[in-house]
Design a protein around this ligand. Sequence first.
Ligand SMILES: [Zn+2]
Length: 56
Amino acid sequence: MDSSIKEILSVLACPKCKGCLITENERLVCTNCGLKYEIEDGIPRLIIDEAEDKQK
Ligand SMILES: [Zn+2]
């Protein structure tokens, strides 16, 4: 994983619940609500409408 992503993660929070984000398979996953956000060109797309819900 790109180290710059980890630096970004330290300042980012889930836009839905403000939970912590971790990287998983080139995506960001919220440890609180489980939403998954795509990473595009090294930039996380923290858009709730585009996030994938784990519970689906
Ligand atoms: Zn969340």
